[in-house]
Design a protein around this ligand. Structure first.
Ligand code: GRF
Length: 200
């Protein structure tokens, strides 16, 4: 399975997915990183790991349609099977969604549908909830909507801050994302072989 990771920030989830591919937890490889924030640390991680990087500024394009059309061409050329969003701070538009239907995954630092959108960890701490968590879901046109694939809870203790809660969440993310990607791959493979059998 060929994976493209989209990120806008530090890229610790990119790193976790990459390492899971190298160690065989995911039967696949990260063949492309896409970053919409030139200079973000994920770019350094990609370069160090020798993973092809496409770095772009959306403001250099006249529309989302224009840069997504270029991205689709690149991803098709790279024969990408799955797009993994890892802190990509941008809604996916119809061009990418149409080209990779059911093949775009996102990770969000809350138990969706609670606390969608930006600053989800802060939203949960501010709300005073005792349990938040991590959600992996397929991407649709909404913000942090789409079918949920996996969730794990994280407790917020009275002494926890934004930072300590975020650190707990990141720890969970780094194992949950690879596990969910591999589970998705297996299901897709099974679906494909059932289809082949039924049509042979
Ligand atoms: C993660 O917390 C993820 O849930 C959210 O963005 C953050 C990205 O972190 N979508 P990193 O850049 O992978 O370290």
């Amino acid at each position: 399975m060929r994976i493209a990771v989209f990120a806008s920030g530090s890229g610790s989830n990119f790193q976790a997915v990459l390492e899971a591919c190298v160690s065989g937890i995911i039967k696949g490889e990260v063949c492309q990183v896409v970053c919409d924030k030139p200079g973000a640390y994920v770019e350094t991680r990609a370069e160090r790991a020798g993973v092809p990087l496409f770095s772009f500024s959306p403001s250099d394009y006249e529309s989302k349609k224009a840069f997504e059309t270029e991205l689709v061409a690149l991803l098709k050329e790279q024969q990408v099977d799955l797009i993994v969003l890892a802190g990509y701070m941008r809604l996916i538009g119809p061009v990418l969604l149409g080209a990779f239907e059911g093949r775009i995954m996102n990770i969000h630092p809350s138990l969706l549908p609670s606390f969608p959108g930006l600053r989800a960890v802060e939203q949960a701490v501010d709300a005073g909830v005792k349990v938040t968590g991590v959600t992996v879901h397929l991407v649709d046109e909404g913000m942090d909507t789409g079918p949920i694939l996996a969730q794990k809870p994280v407790t917020i203790e009275p002494e926890d801050t934004y930072e300590t809660t975020a650190a707990k969440i990141h720890r969970i993310e780094h194992s949950l994302y690879p596990e969910t990607i591999e589970a998705w791959r297996k299901t897709a493979e099974e679906r494909e072989s059932t289809w082949q059998n039924e049509h042979s």
